[in-house]
Design a protein. Structure first.
Length: 245
């Protein structure tokens, strides 16, 4: 992989890690892959846009994070499971001197996570459900009984700033959000996104789910880094948005 901006260079594994490190303290980065025409899936899955380089970045961002934040729809569609110690991410985390596993935090207004799923019951780091008081209390109890950490944040809708406060209180300051588009939009509207890491696939898709829709206003991006491998671009943007931390 090579860096195009800010300083052109070929990047080995150690340099790639350094290219994606963030400073100490609270930080929310969003990671997406998209086509130049804005599609984030092919046939309903993001893998149709991917490449080996994108998988490397995906694994690295997970390895550098304290928690992975994802909407329930994306977790379900993409077949999410827990981060396991013997996985590629787990081994990379260990090589970086970090705990081998990290929790997945699922955002669901209705507490829709299945309490019998692998995501709810398997793994060394308990899955976290972020929901609101309007969700079904019985489902929340069933998930808690299965070992899920249930965080009720907000009354009728999930309060994302409160959710991030609750995650930070649990020691999860470096948050990696993997979407989907609805959660990304809500996070942008709440002004809690610090960074967008966008893999731009060399493909045009057409009528598929878009990167983001329904924003209340324009969100300006500041390009801080651009990498390339096999035609795939890897952009790292800082956000210049009212309320962004």
């Amino acid at each position: 992989m090579r860096r195009l901006l800010p300083d052109p260079a070929e990047l080995d594994d150690a340099a790639l890690v350094d290219a994606y490190r963030v400073p100490d303290g609270r930080h929310l980065r969003v990671n997406f892959i998209a086509s130049p025409d804005g599609a984030v899936t092919v046939g309903g899955r993001s893998g149709g846009l991917g490449s080996p380089g994108d998988r490397r970045v995906f694994n690295l961002l997970r390895a550098l994070s304290d928690v992975v934040l994802v909407g329930h729809g994306t977790a379900s569609n993409e077949g999410y499971g827990p981060v396991l110690a013997d996985s590629a991410v787990g081994r990379l985390r260990t090589s970086l001197g970090r705990p081998a596993t990290a929790p997945i935090a699922v955002v669901s207004r209705r507490a829709s996570l299945d309490p019998t799923s692998d995501l709810a019951t398997r793994g060394d780091s308990p899955t976290i459900l972020i929901t609101c008081a309007a969700s079904d209390g019985g489902r929340r109890e069933a998930l808690a009984a299965a070992g899920v950490v249930v965080l009720v944040c907000g009354d009728d809708e999930v309060d994302l700033p409160l959710a991030l406060d609750r995650l930070a209180a649990l020691g999860h300051e470096h948050v990696l959000c993997e979407g989907g588009p609805t959660l990304f939009r809500d996070a942008l509207a709440a002004g809690v996104v610090d960074e967008l890491d966008l893999s731009i696939a060399p493909a045009l898709v057409g009528d598929e789910h878009r990167l983001v829709q329904g924003l209340p206003g324009v969100v300006r991006l500041d390009l801080r880094q651009l990498l390339e491998e096999a035609g795939m671009l890897f952009a790292r943007y800082a956000l210049d948005a009212p309320g962004a931390r």
